[in-house]
Design a protein around this ligand. Sequence first.
Ligand code: FUB
Ligand code: ZN
Length: 644
Amino acid sequence: MREFSLKEIKMQDDFWRGYQKLVAKETIPYQYQVLNDEIEVDVQAERQDNNLPAGKSHALANLRIAAGQENGEHFGWFFQDSDVYKWLESLAYSLLNQSDAALEKLADEVIDLIAEAQEADGYLNTFFQLTRPNLKYRQLYFSHELYCAGHLIEAAIAYDLATGKTKLLAIAEKFVEHIAAHFGAESQKIQGADGHQEIELALVRLYEHTGNQDYLDLADFFIEVRGKDPDFYAKEIAENIELGLSTETPLVNLEYLQAYTQPKYQTQAKGHAVRMLYMASGMAKIAQHTADKHLLAACEIIWQDIAETKMYITGGVGSTVQGEAFTSSYDLPNETMYCETCTAIALANFSFEMFKLTRRHQYLETMERALYNCVLAGAAIDGKHFFYVNPLSINPDHCAENPDLGHVKPQRPDWLGCACCPPNFARTVASVQHYFYTRAEETLYVNLFGASQIVTADFQLQQKTEFPYDNQISLTYQGIPQKIILRKPSWWQNLEVKTTGKYREFAEYLEFQAANKLEIQLTFSQPVKAMIANPLLQQAINQTAIQRGPFVYCLEEPGNEFSVELCHLQPENLAAEVFETADILPRTLNIKVQGTASKRWQEKLLYQEYFKSETAAVWHLIPYHLWGNRGLTKMKVWLPLQSS
Ligand code: FUB
Ligand code: ZN
């Protein structure tokens, strides 16, 4: 199965296209100003730790210093360059959605700067160039040299696609040449992998873009070499000391780096969550091209471990700030969680790659959950404020006082010292259409819903719908005869299908046979669902989360008479009402449910003997991704069940 080119699909809906316009108009110009330190913004450290870089981005300044255009020192994280690359990638996708000469000019200038910063031999990483040039590729236990290279590659592919300009691609390929000269199976080359996965999936994308098999082989090498020699990092540290290149003697956590064994033997999601998921996406992409059964089996079992035991209902993952990591199964704390925006992006990607690999629809459900909830929560509706971690329950007072919540921000900051999430959000939204449709042989897959159009050399498909605001979809197909497989999401009910052709209905999809023309009309309902968790997930025990369509809902203070902690719901008697407002987004689907409010708060006592004391209450819920857009507020996703 393969993706369509982003040139072939256009979003036309209010929802995603609305977000894409916001990204083009507000987010991309704003992010440039931040990366260029040209506006006063509050750049916060991602958690309470005075040693972390904060106060400014300096990402473009680092490149200017490396290019010899400016004097100064490197500032920020050792992967600060990747912020610029992800910004460029989002800009490129945005140009595909709508041309913008001013943005394109800005991108060309940044690309010229990157070219100047690149060393003559192809190496490019401002942190190592400016702070420790003799340790290039020698501190892989933490280094993000290849992570940054991966983001450079992804940006270069996007910019080539959008503009046909190949300067950035040439920079990226020259860097890859340098990497290939230093890493590889040959004994004289480095037999280890970078501290943060990303190069693997990017190299497969480069292979897909250029057809150069060497890139696929190099991607495969990086997956194969990780964890092959679990002592690799200890040896590199010892060698640096021996050669007098460094005195650093860090303790390397192999689980954190997914380097405790080779990825193909891994059976659980362990360690740093984004690293894990970027690696798994790379593995799935390689398996698509090599049919490697070991990689496929590992991907399937890792995905299952996540989706069945380690994923929040919002599609975020990562249960602890310590190592930004997965913990054990069924450990999903709602207040101290990590749920970094990047994890949801990575989970959507991994799930999509698994769908392309196996054609199994379960992957699309998870991809959709991540996209419509945790990913979108990553940015405010002004497109200029960003969450790094995405709580499912918050009390701003607790955040202010409790050091264990130092990473949980009650409001989206202007920017972050570790700014991986904001441009990741932008590139994901700007390219969201690539998740909507896929193709294999003579089959077209419709994966997601939203007004959009595909135009290729051999067919056209128009999806007309007001979804998510309405419950009807019409599809008009014209082109070569082919099968159309339309996903049936788990949240559809009362489906009615009308078509000018024949179709068969399966549990998870509808299959149509299109001659040269086909019309399909679907009507369905999106009932308000009271979700419950597996009882092994004790952090959600005796609670319910409200979901409608792909959206998980939450309670926050505005619009509610009682404090959110007092809410109790009885799923059988929700009497839910869905209503559209212009409260947050111009079109927001809110939900009103009947429930009760505990009156025990009237007592001053902290503890007392049980007594039943509830009063009827109407609760107003909003889509989770929109929380935190109306000032400082408490917020909750999981709501206690009313005692009977
Ligand atoms: O290390 C690069 C990125 O920064 C990771 O993916 C995030 O988790 C954050 O640590
Ligand atoms: Zn991030």
